[in-house]
Write a protein that binds this ligand. Structure first.
Ligand code: TYD
Ligand code: MG
Length: 442
């Protein structure tokens, strides 16, 4: 029977009666009648049990065998849980999901791919590129959420990938395919059946170039884990990151390179930075992502501006670049005024965290003065507007990594290294001006 409930076409929230404005996302005129919204029923009875007597639920994690993915997931996928895997079109979501699927199947488990956007033949072609296809991989081509749910319930595979959830629909719903309520309803149904079947479910979702589309965002609270695949489509590097994880920590990153034979795990992150160049405008720092610290070279090129000076930032923060140019001028007398400034982080990984400031500032000063820095110098620190150096998180780990990579001089924010300040290579500096002097630039 229709007319029993309403659903917001913008965020998917439900309402028992029509309202002009959605109570959840505050959009106007977005509520629509839904055929399958729940009727208001009398509240069901609830019982309690003493918490002391309840066995704790051990999250039964199964490694996918794709180490960089398992690292992000804190060991693997949890049976009965749902993971949303999202990213921009073409970034490699389908490839990563299929890689995991083949890896789990190679361990003798049954896995299921629900292909909603590609034919079985297209999936087979992609799978061949990745390597031999093991037994136990079943593929179903459907966009029907109830049909997919029925398959999961019947086969109870160890792992099921739905590619993509954005293309799934539920015939029971009045709204259009691809609309938020449709996708949400489909996801809800699939999550519930996967939970009952003990299947680890992976839902692939798209986002658009201009941000985090409503679709996947609307699913975030429904799922246990949210994993984003990031990367510049023109480069080969892909970063996989958990944004939400009910069964472990977030913030850990996995690194892959997209190549001819699919996504290959990056074992040696440091190699991405390449050899340290001894030219003016280059400074080395250690960035920290998840539990990983790795070297990154910041490069700056200063050129005479034909018109109004431009500041161009690639893989470093444009806002921090402008700030550092201003601080260098105001506090240290390094003037880049009428020049174009191009700044980049070499290696393909973004280096936009504040700890990169000092290296970026040194690279700017080095480029401005035409003086190359000591190639064995590593700079760590955030720069404040007063020209002061501020502490950075994970300093000890970064210093350890810098030493492991053979750094001879490590500039750090003054007094920040507890019990380490006396060590030979570490040189605490209180200000950017002091760091410039220590680096031989002033
Ligand atoms: P895909 O996984 O289809 O991206 P998404 O599902 O996120 O849209 O793959 C993205 C791109 O990667 C595609 O343009 C082709 C390329 N690719 C490779 O370079 N090597 C490979 O082995 C595969 C399977 C894809
Ligand atoms: Mg895809």
């Amino acid at each position: 029977m229709r007319g029993t409930g309403y659903v917001c076409t913008s965020c998917g929230a439900r309402a028992p009666r029509w309202q002009g404005r959605c109570g959840a996302c505050a959009e106007w005129n977005t509520l629509e009648v839904t055929a399958s919204a729940p009727r208001t029923r009398p509240a069901a009875d609830a019982t309690t049990q003493p918490l002391r007597g309840v066995d704790p639920e051990g999250a039964a994690r199964r490694a996918t065998g794709v180490d960089e993915l398992d690292r992000v997931l804190g060991g693997g996928l949890v049976a009965g849980s749902t993971t949303l895997l999202f990213g921009e079109p073409g970034v490699g979501k389908s490839t990563l999901a299929l890689t995991a699927l083949l890896s789990v199947a190679a361990r003798g488990e049954e896995v299921l791919l629900v292909a909603a956007e590609e034919s079985a033949g297209q999936v087979a072609g992609r799978a061949r590129r990745l390597g031999p296809v093991p037994e136990g991989v079943e593929v179903a081509t459907t966009t029907s959420a109830p049909a997919a749910a029925e398959l999961i319930a019947r086969r109870a595979p160890t792992l099921c990938v739905v590619d993509s959830v954005s293309a799934m629909s539920d015939e029971g719903l009045a709204s259009a395919t691809g609309s938020v309520p449709q996708v949400r309803q489909a996801a809800e149904r699939l999550c519930a059946v996967a939970k009952a079947a003990g299947t680890a479910l992976v839902l692939v979702g798209h986002v658009t170039k201009d941000g985090d589309l409503a679709g996947p965002r609307a699913l975030e609270h429904l799922v246990d884990t949210v994993v984003r695949v990031e990367g510049d489509r023109h480069g080969s590097l892909r970063v996989v990151r958990a944004l939400k994880h009910r069964f472990g920590a977030t913030g850990e990153v996995g690194l892959f390179e997209m190549g001819e034979a699919g996504l290959v795990e990056v074992a040696d992150v440091a190699a991405l930075a390449g050899p340290r160049l001894s030219v003016p405008g280059v400074a080395r720092t250690i960035t920290n992502d998840g539990s990983r610290a790795f070297p990154v070279d910041v490069q700056v090129l200063v050129a005479r501006a034909p018109g109004a000076p431009r500041r161009v930032a690639y893989q470093v923060s444009a806002a921090r670049l402008s700030l550092l140019i201003a601080v260098l001028e105001a506090r240290c007398g390094v003037d880049l005024g009428p020049h174009d400034v191009f700044a980049a982080a070499a290696g393909g990984l973004p280096a936009s965290e504040p700890a990169v400031d000092l290296a970026l500032a040194l690279a700017l000063a080095s480029a401005a003065t035409g003086t190359a820095l000591d190639p064995d110098l590593v700079a760590l620190g955030e720069v404040g507007l007063a020209g002061e150096l501020r502490a950075v998180e994970g300093l000890e780990r970064r210093v350890r990594e810098a030493r492991r990579r053979g750094a001879r001089v490590i500039l750090v924010p003054g007094g920040a290294v507890a019990g380490d300040a006396g060590a030979g290579a570490v040189r605490p500096c209180r200000s950017l001006a002091e760091a410039l002097a220590a680096a031989g630039l002033a």
